[in-house]
Design a protein around this ligand. Structure first.
Ligand code: URP
Ligand code: ZN
Ligand code: ZN
Length: 472
């Protein structure tokens, strides 16, 4: 059935204006004043913003990690994402050395296909590079539409790849049209600092942060940037947490390198002192890179405002406090790394960013949606409001005040890292390809209705639906 989104304030990365939207066959088919179509369902968006659906470029759903598996799967995780205004995610598909890449991709398809309530795609982890792996990459890109590869520079003896692997991945990405993503921390130095701390009996959660200081993130970011320049390739640095790393990205961009940076809501509003909470509560805030001293937050906001950092990922990687984070009660290295962030990404950026004057409304859309669509081969099908684009829309009340809490969130975990934080602004209704997933703050979606997204190569755009459009 056709739908009309009536009288909302449409916000894109470049424009803000009042109009009606007509949705036909899942796409935006008309934008204009006082659209009338017989039989169409009318959704009143008066006094509401209408945003393009959020794109979360960084999630870990049902992922084995740290001796356990992340608590939110593709059903609970995407339901929570939808409540938070996200209509597409890109999840990290883990690979194992020596095994075909197609096996890992199949595992990720099996986990997601009957569960996801929003659209989704995968990034592929590269753990080794050899002729066998290189031979498989064209199929990964052309058949699967996976056009971004992740290399870990940390997690020694688990995920960490060496510099040769990173460099050769950059060369392959350049050749085939993919974007390389890095987790930039110096894993070797972290391993040494960790052993030193444990030998001194320093086992509490705060030592997770103290053994991964900002310098190891800055160093790895700078190294990855230099290798990108050498390879004339393209790089996306995930979860930038501190000024050291943001500065390295800015420096490389100044030289003309094709480098992009993402930060996460947690680094913008929480700080290192949370890891010192008593009764092991600090474990709730253990993820990598760690939370930093508070002064870094303003540096990250500045980098977002000036475009040196361009996107915000949730780095959703949720573990229960009770039964999972507990694994590290006597040894911080055994606390599974990660936190539950998928639901609050949009609200925190709006409330702390737009409402507090740190970024503009149009920058908010760019950071939460448009830029990810452009970098990861989804634009203009996703990431904007224009004729022919998928009708992935968020009807957002900018005035609602609410307190974030585990009592009311929709993630499957037993705590919320932003517990008690008051935010202004809330998604009320969320549509994916024209279908309601959230309607008046109620979940009305269907597990399995999310579609797998094959993405365009780096720097290329998607084709829009080949349907006749009405221009009013
Ligand atoms: O601690 C984190 N960030 N866990 C998820 C895996 C990663 O490093 O992104
Ligand atoms: Zn990471
Ligand atoms: Zn991550």
């Amino acid at each position: 059935m056709k739908k009309i989104i009536r009288n909302g304030t449409i916000v894109t990365a470049s424009e803000t204006y009042q109009a009606d939207l007509l949705i036909s066959d899942g796409v935006i088919s008309s934008i204009g004043k006082s659209i009338e179509v017989e039989g169409a369902e009318v959704v009143d968006a008066t006094d509401r913003y209408v945003f393009p659906g959020g794109i979360d470029p960084h999630t870990h759903l049902e992922m084995p990690f740290g001796g356990t598996v992340t608590k939110d799967d593709f059903e609970t995780g995407t339901i929570a994402a939808a409540f938070g205004g996200t209509t597409s995610i890109i999840d990290f598909c883990l690979t194992e050395k020596g095994k075909p890449l197609s096996e890992a991709i199949k595992t990720w398809h099996d986990k997601s296909k009957d569960k996801s309530v929003i659209d989704y795609s995968f990034h592929l982890m590269i753990s080794e590079i050899n002729d066998k792996v290189l031979d498989q990459l064209p199929d990964v890109i052309n058949q699967e539409g996976i056009t971004s590869f992740k290399v870990f520079m940390a997690y020694k003896n688990v995920f960490q790849a060496d510099d040769e692997t990173l460099y050769r991945t950059l060369l392959a990405a350049k050749e085939h049209g993919a974007l390389v993503m890095v987790h930039a921390e110096n894993g070797d130095v972290i391993e040494y600092l960790t052993k030193e701390a444990l030998a001194k009996g320093q086992t509490e959660p705060i030592y997770h942060a103290l053994t991964r200081p900002p310098e190891v993130e800055g160093e790895a970011t700078g190294r990855a940037a230099q290798l990108t320049g050498l390879a004339s390739s393209q790089l996306y640095v995930v979860h930038v947490s501190c000024k050291e790393a943001a500065d390295k990205i800015a420096e490389a961009r100044k030289k003309g390198y094709d480098i992009h940076g993402e930060t996460c809501p947690q680094y913008l509003v929480l700080d290192q002192s949370y890891l010192e909470k008593p009764n092991f509560e600090g474990a709730k805030y253990v993820w990598s890179p760690p939370l930093r001293e508070k002064w870094n937050q303003e540096a990250l906001w500045n980098a977002l405002r000036t475009g040196q950092l361009e996107t915000i990922g949730s780095d959703q990687c949720s573990f229960d406090f009770s039964g999972q984070k507990d694994l590290g009660r006597d040894d911080f290295t055994k606390i599974p790394n990660g936190g539950p962030m998928i639901e609050d990404r949009f609200s925190i950026l709006f409330s702390e960013g737009v409402r507090k004057g740190r970024i503009s409304l149009n920058q908010f859309v760019d950071i939460t949606s448009t830029k990810s669509a452009k970098l990861f081969g989804l634009f203009p099908k996703k990431g904007t409001i224009s004729i022919g684009a998928d009708a992935d829309l968020v009807i957002f009340n900018p005035e609602t005040k609410r307190k974030i809490s585990a009592d009311t969130h929709h993630m499957a975990v037993d705590y919320n890292a932003f517990e008690g934080m008051e935010v202004t602004g809330e998604p009320e209704t969320v549509l994916v390809r024209g279908d309601f997933v959230i309607k008046n703050k109620q979940f009305v979606g269907t597990p399995g209705s999310g579609q797998y997204l094959k993405r365009a190569k780096y720097g290329k755009t998607t084709n829009l639906a080949d349907k006749p459009m009405m221009i009013q």
